[in-house]
Design a protein. Structure first.
Length: 253
């Protein structure tokens, strides 16, 4: 097994006295995609917000073997962790280009000479962003906004990319395009923690999977194994056992 780049041990996050996430442990190996699937309200977004430093948590988070529990959001970004939030949170009144440049702002401050070449690489990866670089972000389609959010996060040159519901609100064909881009990112060496309600799409692309329910990990294992688990099939893939086929589960027909 590849060495972990991100390790979460017994993490709990509370809203007042209520635990939204309780005792969660997750491992992200270097260069792999790990997905966390589960229903709305399971605590998935709370978990990634705590990993990014937006919410306080109890437990231990290690990045590259170092405990980062006390680091602020900006420090985690500087270390190499980026989040693409569920709501994308783009600057709608700014152009596509300006949004991408803002993603690299910490690097600009440090005088990083590679920002220009990395911007060109983003345009190569997402050609539609290159075509629309002068447009306001608010005028983009849903799929284009998701690509811009991913591109902006990549401009920080992360080693770990946290993706929170990248398929939400997108048409099936656009979901496929976005997930193809996620696969390309893994191929380039980026380690990805993918939080998704779209279990079928997530399990097709992931190496390992965790199923989260009621703020806790209910099940975990190799993504292919999880995709064939009868409970996961019934509950998250919407396929009755009698109607299952290999094609339904992401394998060859």
């Amino acid at each position: 097994m590849t060495a972990p780049i991100l390790e979460v041990e017994e993490l709990s996050v509370f809203y007042g006295k209520v635990a939204a996430v309780f005792g969660v442990s997750v491992t992200l190996p270097q260069g792999e995609i790990v997905t966390i699937i589960g229903p709305n309200g399971a605590g998935k977004t709370t978990l990634v917000n705590a990993l990014m430093g937006f919410l306080p948590g109890q437990g231990t988070v290690r990045y590259e073997g170092v405990v980062i529990d006390d680091l602020e959001v900006e420090q985690r970004v500087a270390r190499g962790i980026s989040l693409v939030p569920e709501r994308r949170e783009l600057f709608g009144e700014l152009s596509v280009l300006d949004n991408l440049v803002l993603g690299a702002f910490p690097r600009y401050r440090l005088g990083d000479p590679d920002v220009g070449s990395d911007l060109a690489a983003i345009f190569d990866r997402f050609p539609r962003l290159a075509e629309r670089q002068a447009q306001q972000a608010s005028t983009l389609s849903g799929g284009e906004r998701q690509m811009l959010a991913m591109g902006r996060a990549l401009m920080a040159k992360p080693k770990v990319l946290l993706l929170d519901e990248p398929s939400i609100g997108l048409a099936p064909l656009i979901v496929r395009e976005v997930f193809n881009a996620i696969g390309d990112l893994r191929a380039s060496g980026t380690s990805i923690l993918l939080v998704e309600q779209n279990a079928r799409a997530a399990l097709r692309i992931a190496d390992y999977a965790y199923v989260m329910e009621n703020g806790q990990i209910a099940l975990d294992g190799d993504a292919r194994t999880i995709a064939h688990d009868p409970l996961v099939i019934e509950k998250y893939l919407g396929i009755s056992q009698g109607a299952r086929t290999r094609k339904d589960l992401g394998g060859p027909a």
